[in-house]
Design a protein around this ligand. Structure first.
Ligand code: ADP
Length: 395
């Protein structure tokens, strides 16, 4: 059975066709600059590769191109649409409504679109993408929505309620939702397999361009660092993470900033980029710090400090911790950062295995044999999680 996985942004669309029997990626690629000038890439498991400019005026054009490459192109991997059993769509926000993946019907698309007030940048284009997908692949092909927020739906009210007038939760749904749920779910399941049993108290650290931590008890999230939007929690590539909310009106007044300008400042000009002044990319920040750039060093130190602080607070929330894991581009690759975090957690009885910690992008235990808490690196795989959820609806 083949499952097509779609991860759509406002101007991009990543896709993978996965054969579920052995979870092989038959082909994958990305359509970019949709609605601008359009280009796409397509590569297959057999090594066929293409990168082209194309007129991608809409997401429908992008689906036409993908379908053509998969079925009719030189590097085709299937003979007809009939060989695709279902499509799984990543959807950013499921609000209070979706705590699990769902089979998509018209009402689901409308509900995803209706969450535009709490997810204006992501949900409307994703709803439109689902419609475009249906128009190209046909009404009969089952489609499943997999929500970034769903895994966090088990948080208790004391973790998800903000201390502002309660009516804003009741009227507008202002609460902590959490994001990256599909990643946290995948890695927390995988570490259970690697450890030979689900750890009772687990902290998952997804560190990438966007970063979030989750505190997980017996496989269920009890707290997570992203909030009402993915701006909250840790500092990120360009996002500020948690700051004193008064700063927002203070700077907006001084600089006469409109709401959208302020939002751009916090989402697009802050984080590693804002502090270092060098880059949002952690590799660039580390390189600049090594070359003596003090602000780059400060940004790297701040990130490490915030991770350690948050792990400490989640250890408190869980009443102790049995395992900690790192994932995401930074979590899987930033060896020195991981080593420092482990050293700063010595008070929890954590010790490093510095040799094992040198590896990048691999599943590996990086805590020493005498460590009271197991620490692991588990590369994330959101696509396979989406594909498995989708397959479960058609099986
Ligand atoms: P996204 O959140 O967009 O999926 P990724 O999970 O791919 O992003 O993470 C991207 C981040 O990972 C970037 O900040 C990048 O610098 C960082 N990264 C990748 N490789 C390394 C490395 N070897 N050392 C440190 N950071 C790295």
């Amino acid at each position: 059975m083949n499952i097509l996985v779609i991860n759509a942004g406002s101007s991009s669309l990543k896709y993978q066709l996965i054969r579920m029997e052995d979870e092989t990626i038959l082909c994958k690629g990305v359509c970019e600059r949709i609605g601008i000038d359009g280009k796409y890439s397509y590569k297959t498991a057999d090594g066929y590769k293409v990168e082209k400019s194309a007129d991608l005026f809409t997401h429908k054009d992008a689906f036409d191109v993908i379908l053509h490459e998969m079925v009719g192109g030189e590097g085709r991997v299937i003979h007809s649409v009939g060989e695709i059993a279902a499509v799984g769509h990543r959807v950013t926000h499921g609000g209070d409504k979706f705590s699990h993946s769902v089979l998509i019907d018209e009402a689901t698309i409308e509900a995803i679109n209706a969450m535009r007030s709490i997810s204006p940048l992501h949900n409307p284009p994703q709803a439109a993408t689902i419609r475009a997908c249906r128009s190209v692949f046909g009404e009969k092909l089952p489609m499943v929505a997999v929500f970034d927020t769903a895994f966090h739906a088990t948080m208790p009210p004391k973790a998800y309620t903000f201390a502002i007038p309660y009516k804003y939760y009741e009227q507008y749904g202002v609460r902590r939702y959490g994001f990256h749920g599909t990643s946290h779910r995948y890695v927390s399941g995988r570490i259970g397999e690697l450890m030979g049993g689900q750890p009772h108290r687990l902290i998952t650290c997804h560190l990438g361009n966007g970063s979030s931590l989750a505190a997980i008890r017996d496989g269920r999230v009890v707290d997570t660092s992203m909030g009402f939007t993915p701006l909250d929690g840790l500092m990120m590539g360009t996002r500020c993470g948690s700051i004193d909310p008064s700063i927002v009106s203070y700077i907006a007044n001084l600089e006469n900033l409109h709401e959208s300008e302020m939002s751009h400042l916090l989402n697009g000009e802050s984080g590693l980029l804002g502090v270092s002044g060098v880059s949002s990319d952690f590799r660039d920040v580390l390189e600049a710090a090594e070359n003596g750039n003090k602000r780059a060093q400060l940004a790297a130190d701040m990130l490490e400090y915030q991770i350690v602080k948050l792990i400490g607070s989640y250890a408190a929330a869980l009443g102790g911790v049995d395992a900690i894991l790192f994932t995401g581009g930074i979590g899987e690759n930033a060896v020195d950062l991981r080593e420092q975090v482990i050293r700063d957690l010595a008070y929890l009885g954590v010790t490093p295995d510095s040799e094992a910690n040198r590896s990048r992008g691999e599943e590996v235990r990086i805590s020493g044999p005498d460590s009271k808490v197991q620490v692991w690196v588990v590369p994330t795989n959101e696509e396979i999680m989406i594909a498995r959820d989708t397959a479960s609806f058609v099986q």
